[in-house]
Structure formats: structure tokens, C-alpha cells
Design a protein around this ligand. Sequence first.
Ligand code: NAP
Ligand code: GFB
Length: 325
Amino acid sequence: MSHDKVILVTGGSGLVGKAIEWVIENDKGRFGKMEDEKWIFLTSKDGDLRSTEATRAIFDKYKPTHVIHLAALVGGLFKNMKYKLDFLRDNLLINDNVLHTSHEHKVKKVVSCLSTCIFPDKTTYPIDETMIHDGPPHESNFGYAYAKRLIDTQNKAYYDQFGDKFTSVIPTNVFGPHDNYDLQDSHVIPGLIHKCYLAKKNGTPFVVAGSGKPLRQFIYSRDLAKLFIWVLREYDEVDPIILSVGEKDEVSIRDVADAIVNAVDFKGGYSFDTSKADGQYKKTASNEKLLKYIPDFKFTPFETAVKESAEWFIQNYDNARTGKH
Ligand code: NAP
Ligand code: GFB
């Protein structure tokens, strides 16, 4: 059966890609798969998107009409601090190849993925979409941040010169099933779920990095996935849109550790290693623009989402990305 829309998801095997695939296959409501849609979820085995030749070969093979561009070098605070040049160069190469090959293939719409960590570090709160380029990002992740900011600039240039409808979304910290649980490179929630699981299993101390004071807004990957699908189908601006829970749902890293202790049913206490960096104190973002479009969107409660994520990790420990295999 021919499909009007061939939707290519770069980075389809990652945390966010797997969540979109899960929603497309399981959602019986407005976010599930539509008759006229064919979805293709890429992994890096389909081709290294840092290579223009490999990117063109993928587009020649699948001939997408729409692209959700997720592929990127991604990591938590400590990985970002170690590999700033890799985060800058790899993401610049991947983004330029995907956007320009989409232009060459006359792709009708591209939705790329930024992150709230790209906003200026010294700013007023809450952060909104108009502030992306208003000053330097936080020192800890400037490589990643500038590469991601340039996507917004590229989108505006493609629209200005060719009328291409390339847009972007700006999620806050994401977590959920299929995350990266590597103890050094991961983000805080998968990192602490893995650490707490090992502490329970081996009777070893559960140590949280930093002071526990920083504040973060977290969005569950399956909620973000629904919003990505809505953006692909219905959002008609080139300007980016923040995809996040509200400001009142901001939690501290200590709250995160408490939620994980409950989710893993860990009876031991935990301590803080204040020799480790806290990174940015906060990056409080407004989701007002999103709620203007979808006022009734239901976010999964934080504790429920952490519980489901921890259960997925424990049930899939042998195949999960733990950095061991
Ligand atoms: P992830 O789990 O690390 O997945 C990254 C994906 O990109 C994987 O499918 C990976 O393929 C693919 N990839 C990486 N390098 C590639 C290359 N050179 N060529 C081809 N494919 C490549 O990342 P994620 O957390 O799902 O992130 C998805 C998007 O959300 C990214 O753009 C990220 O910047 C953004 N984001 C993430 C967060 C967060 O908290 N996780 C927050 C805000 C924004 P393999 O599986 O084959 O390696
Ligand atoms: O999630 P995370 O690595 O990223 O760290 P950022 C969040 C906070 O959790 C920091 C603390 O204050 C860490 O000190 N933390 C405590 C831990 N224990 C741990 C642990 O075991 N692992 C980790 N990773 N953190 C990233 C950006 O910033 O946000 C990325 O560097 C990306 O580029 C991502 O945008 C979404 O929220 O600090």
C-alpha cells in the first residue's frame, strides 16, 4: 500500500526514538499510527550521519517526505564536560548532513531536537523560546549547546532562502525506557537508577553526585513522544517550541534520588559526593506556548514515570545500555 507520508526518524534506536515507536504502535488515541503514514526508525547501523555520502544513501533508499531528526552525540553533565569538541563537531556534521540532504530531497517537513540546556546560563526565569541566542550557554556543555543553537539558525536560513518548513522542539531533561544507563556518560535519572539498583543488589553505598540542590524539569519520554508526533502533524511554525512540564513540576536532584529509592524499593540511605560537579543550578523553562496549542495535554506524574522507568531497567538489565556491553 503506498503511503502519502514516509516519516524517517533519525536516532530511532535511542531513548526518544524508541518512545515515539512505542506510541505509534500502542496509542489507540490521537497519537497512534495513521493509515497514510509509513514510519522508519534509523539506527547508526543504517549509516553514520556524520558522513554526507552515508546520509545521502539513506535518503535515496527511503525517500522520506517527513523527517524527525533525533540523531546526535548525547550525554549527561560529566560526559559533556569531558568531550566539548566532539559534542560540537559530531553534532554540527550530523545536523548539516540531515538538513541539507532533506533540502535536496524536497522533504516537506523536518522536526529537529534542541534542549533547554542550550539557553543562556545567565538569564531571567522562566526561560522562553525567544531567548535561545541571548548570551553564552553554561560552561559545562557549550560544545553541544552551540551545535544545537545553530539548528534554529539553519532552519531560519532554509526557510528564508528556499521556503523549507524545517522546525525544532526544545525538550527539558528526558528519561524513560531504553535510556543510556552508563554510570559515567548517562543523565542523572538513568545514572541513579543504575547506581541504586547495584547498591541494592551488591549491598554497596548509593552515592549521588554533587550537592543534590540543583533544580530540573523532567519530561517522560513517552509524553515527549506524543508531543513530537503532534508537532510533526500539526505545528506549522519554523520557530521552535519548548516541550516540557510546567515550572511548578521542577524538582531538586535530592527529590530525584528520593523518587528512585522508592521506585527501586531500596532500604539503604544515600550520601552526596560534593566533590562532583553540580553543573547548571537551574534552567527553568516556560511551557506556556505549548499549553496555548494543547491546553489539555496530560503529563505522566513524575513518581509514576520514574517507577515505570526503573521497572523497565530492572526487567531489561541484560540488554540495556549499561556501558558494560
Ligand atoms: P540517545 O538515546 O543517546 O540516542 C541517540 C540516537 O542517535 C541513537 O539512535 C544513535 O544510534 C543515533 N546516533 C548517534 N550518533 C549517530 C551517528 N553518527 N550517525 C547515526 N546515528 C547516530 O539519545 P536521546 O536521549 O534519545 O536523544 C534524542 C534527541 O533528543 C537528541 O537530539 C538529543 O540531543 C535530544 N535531547 C535529549 C535529552 C535527554 O535528556 N536525553 C534532552 C533534550 C534533548 P545507535 O543507537 O545506533 O547508537
Ligand atoms: O542529567 P545531568 O547529567 O545533566 O545532571 P544536566 C543533572 C544533575 O544531576 C547535576 C546531578 O547537578 C548532577 O550533579 N547528578 C547526581 C548526577 N548524581 C548524578 C549521576 O549519577 N549522573 C549524572 N549524570 N548526574 C545536561 C547537559 O545537563 O542536560 C546535556 O549537559 C543535556 O547537554 C542534558 O542537555 C539534557 O541537566 O546537568
